[in-house]
Design a protein around this ligand. Structure first.
Ligand SMILES: Nc1ncnc2c1ncn2[C@@H]1O[C@H](COP(=O)(O)OP(=O)(O)O)[C@@H](O)[C@H]1O
Ligand SMILES: [Mg+2]
Length: 353
């Protein structure tokens, strides 16, 4: 019998209200093996993959709702309507993963949050991947305490949390994480063992990977999922105007799924995004930058950070946050990853916002 594994409470699929063993079998054949994996499905998609009497859209919806219900009853998931104090309680379960750059972590109100998608947008070389690498090195030690694993004979043992790194630009470098960890006096060998990296080469492969992510999150006990970048493959493959609507729809679906995973598994999701430049009629000859992906990506992420170069340093601006004001922070990139800018000696740096 498949239990919800790793740190999750053990609720079995058989306990879902109104489920039959036949349905459980059918779900398992689809490789949906836990209540969590069922709870993150969308009714329409589930109905589409199983076309038989059990699973029209309505009954698929009911089944998913029942999976969510049992998670709610076990206080793993918050109710559809929650009182504000319940929401506060849910927020108290949030973990924040820090980079070790204290200015940057303060800028993030303590770190990259679970139950959220944080988007980092910026032009080529602005430091998006460096932030992801630094986070990988620094965050793992914070994932040790909140993960208890139940092994087969029922006794509890520690299962350290891990990171899933989805790399669409082939820019992840294990030796860079090693270097950052070493500089921070952490344990590089241990850290690298807990980063599960995957190169992705097509938008379709990325979408399939995102579909199947719940299994990997459970298997590896992931607490953080990085997608660097969320948009590059879709931008490259859906380039003509005629394909824009389809691209946006596909991006929207992926972001929706990532948001559900962040919420249900209490994980942090960090995505990077590219920028597009546009001309503003009121300032002829001057190009502005904005994050790619339009409203779909803007609304899909909880926090939106915009990066730009400023002399030797970088400036991050919090463009969108449910709880913080518009603000910005300066940082630099060094051997130890992203770093506080401590000296403001030169005129260029002082005025370099
Ligand atoms: N070991 C290092 N020491 C100092 N700076 C580095 C190091 N590695 C990368 N960088 C800086 O990071 C920049 C690349 O940032 P990156 O995060 O890859 O950009 P992107 O936003 O395109 O992902 C390089 O231009 C370089 O300035
Ligand atoms: Mg990059």
């Amino acid at each position: 019998m498949t239990h919800i594994s790793s740190r999750f409470k053990e609720v079995t699929m058989e306990e879902i209200p109104d489920i039959t063993s036949d349905m459980v079998d059918k779900l398992r054949k689809l490789n949906i093996n836990s209540v969590y994996q069922l709870a993150v499905q969308s009714p329409l998609e589930l109905a589409m993959v199983i076309s038989n009497a059990y699973f029209d859209v309505e009954s698929a919806g009911k089944l998913i709702a029942n999976a969510r219900k049992i998670l709610t009853e076990n206080e793993i998931l918050s109710k559809d309507f929650s009182t504000a104090d319940d929401l506060l309680e849910k927020r108290s379960k949030i973990s924040k993963y820090t980079t070790g750059s204290s200015n940057f972590d303060t800028f993030l109100n303590g770190g990259f949050e679970t139950q959220s998608i944080t988007e980092i947008a910026g032009e080529f070389g602005s430091g998006k991947s460096q932030i992801c690498h630094t986070l990988c090195a620094a965050a793992i030690t914070l994932m040790e305490n909140d993960s208890l694993d139940a092994n087969d004979n029922g006794s509890k043992q520690r299962s350290p949390g891990s990171i899933i790194f989805i790399d669409t630009e082939n820019t992840f470098r294990a030796n860079r994480v090693y270097q950052i960890a070493e500089q921070k006096n952490l344990e590089p060998e241990d850290i690298l063992k807990r980063i599960y990296h995957c190169n992705v080469y097509s938008s379709e492969q990325l979408e399939l990977l995102v579909d199947d992510l719940p299994k990997s999150i459970e298997q590896y006990n992931a607490k953080l999922v990085v997608v660097d970048s969320i948009i590059s493959l879709h931008r490259a493959e859906f380039s003509g105007r005629g394909t824009l609507a389809e691209r946006q729809q596909r991006l929207g679906k992926m972001l929706n799924k990532l948001r559900r995973y962040a919420d249900i598994y209490n994980i942090a999701v960090v995505i990077t995004n590219q920028v597009i430049s546009y001309a503003d009629g009121s300032h002829p000859g001057f190009d502005y930058m904005k994050a790619a992906g339009g409203n779909i990506v803007a609304h899909g992420s909880t926090y939106r950070i915009f990066l730009r170069k400023s002399g030797k340093n970088r400036v991050a601006t919090m463009e969108d946050s449910p709880s913080q004001p518009y603000q910005r922070v300066k940082f630099s990139i060094s051997e130890s990853g992203i770093q506080d800018v401590t000296s403001y000696k030169t005129e260029e740096e002082n005025s370099g916002w």
